[in-house]
Design a protein around this ligand. Structure first.
Ligand code: ATP
Ligand code: MG
Length: 458
């Protein structure tokens, strides 16, 4: 679709919903979005504040999302509009009163198993099943690039293989939360309930269960006054309904200064709860996101397990390039080397891009050689992660940071300061935290982390 066609279609959709045509600012947001401009650039061209553009954008995405029955945002506008055009649904909508909703169509790809509970099959073909959602804690999606393969893998695990528990891990800033938010928007209509919980430091199992049970019981019976009737245990809801439950920042359940994934005192009952999620028969899916995963969740997946881990890699070069472009670094020389140096980690790249933006050309020139800049914000991010590791892990990190090449276990064991059994556990823990990588027989540390560790006295 060309720009004119997208604008015309968007205008029709907005008019259907609000009775008003697109105004000039909304048109500028759509045009800028299609030309892959940032909000800042659109604001400059339209001669207004960035916040006005952001607000106009959020309102537009909300209207379009509601009308199309799928999340529409800056990164998928064109694709969403093309889907509408292909589905011809607008013609249908113009013939009926009120708004239209693409969820009315069956959303199941032909070869996917029906993901609805057996007793609701009648609702699958024409009308959408009711989705109850509490996604108020899910972060707003900003620009989102690529991740096609990770999204496909997750959809296969959740919708086809019916995994009950999936851990998304990866170093801070790699994009776990953004990926999960994108996934939720894409698959939430396959579920009857979708809830996102960001775990803070005090999120006990009791608090979590109460929040979920309240959500289920209120949406089952919205008009009922509180009664003395005992609510069902959480697992019953997970068995009766197909629910998607996202727990973000799950590392808050685990102790600092211990090997990865050890529950903090007072949080051990999560172990039993998650075991139930894994082992009992139910139709729901839990997505656990964080720097560490529970020890019971294996780091590597064996086929057809109801439980698995997906370690999120950095963005590939074209996607990471888009991030640099958003920061006004479109024509940076040898950007692929820069992206690789920062592992395609979107947050790390953002911190470096901000530094270059703020300092101008000189920082840009420094980046042309192999220098690894560590902006203060990036140091803070790395410090948060490194502060969590145990003393033995710190020793191993120092050893690896000083080694000029990847190092194998035999070589590490030559170091007599750490007992072999502790050393092996420390290596396992560091791999689980994604602070070191294993390639064939060798362990290595990413350059950014090496630079950070060597520049601090751990
Ligand atoms: N695919 C993507 N395209 C564009 N920006 C992205 C993408 N993934 C992540 N980002 C951006 O990178 C930053 C870090 O992402 P995110 O918060 O998802 O990381 P995280 O792995 O959850 O980090 P943490 O472990 O600290 O919570 C955010 O500003 C996010 O918008
Ligand atoms: Mg996150």
């Amino acid at each position: 679709m060309n720009l004119k066609e997208v604008l015309k279609l968007a205008d029709e959709i907005v008019f259907t919903k609000t009775g008003q045509h697109l105004d000039d600012l909304q048109t500028a947001v759509l045009r800028g979005t299609l030309q892959r401009e940032t909000y800042k650039q659109i604001a400059k061209e339209f001669d207004c504040s960035e916040s006005s553009v952001r607000n106009a954008g959020s309102e537009l995405w909300r209207i379009l999302s509601e009308e199309l029955g799928e999340e529409v945002n800056k990164s998928n506008l064109r694709a969403a509009m093309e889907r509408v055009q292909n589905s011809n649904i607008l013609n249908f909508a113009q013939n009926v009163s009120g708004s239209f909703n693409i969820c009315g169509e069956s959303r199941h790809p032909p070869d996917l198993p029906n993901s609805h509970p057996p007793n609701q099959e009648a609702s699958n073909t024409q009308s959408p099943q009711t989705l109850h959602q509490d996604l108020s804690e899910m972060p707003d999606l900003g620009a989102f690039y690529d991740r096609t393969s990770e999204l496909d893998t997750l959809k296969t695990l959740i919708l086809q293989q019916r995994c009950r528990l999936i851990a998304l891990t990866g170093i801070s800033g790699i994009g776990k939360t953004a990926l999960a938010a994108q996934l939720v928007q894409q698959i939430k209509h396959e579920f009857e309930y979708a809830i996102w919980c960001s775990l803070d430091q005090s999120y006990t199992l009791d608090k979590f269960q109460q929040q979920l049970i309240q959500f289920f019981s209120e949406s089952e019976n919205p008009d009922s006054l509180p009664t003395n009737q005992k609510p069902l245990p959480l697992i019953k809801y997970l068995q009766n309904y197909r629910c998607l439950v996202v727990l973000d920042d799950i590392h808050n359940l685990f102790s600092s200064g211990e090997f990865a994934g050890k529950y903090k005192p007072g949080y051990e009952d999560y172990r039993f709860f998650l075991k139930q999620i894994e082992q009992l028969s139910h139709q729901s899916c839990f997505l656990l996101i964080g720097w560490e995963q529970p020890r019971e969740v294996p780091h590597y997946q064996s086929s057809n397990d109801p439980i698995c881990t997906l370690q999120i890699p950095g963005l590939d070069i074209p996607a990471a390039r888009e991030i640099l472009r958003d920061y006004g670094l479109a024509a940076i020389e040898n950007d692929s080397a820069l992206i690789s140096r920062y592992q395609g980690n979107p947050l790390w790249l953002q911190t470096v891009a901000t530094l270059i933006q703020e300092l101008g050309g000189c920082a840009h020139e420094i980046l042309l050689d192999d220098t690894i800049l560590l902006p203060e914000r990036l140091k803070d991010i790395l410090q948060q992660q490194c502060d969590r590791v145990s003393e033995i892990e710190k020793q191993v990190l120092s050893l690896l940071a000083q080694a000029s090449e990847p190092i194998n276990l035999a070589k590490l064991l030559e170091n007599r300061l750490i007992l072999p059994s502790y050393l092996l556990n420390a290596m396992q823990s560091l791999c689980r935290r994604c602070l070191i990588e294993k390639q064939a027989e060798f362990y290595r540390m990413q350059p950014v982390l090496r630079q950070y560790i060597n520049s601090t006295l751990m």
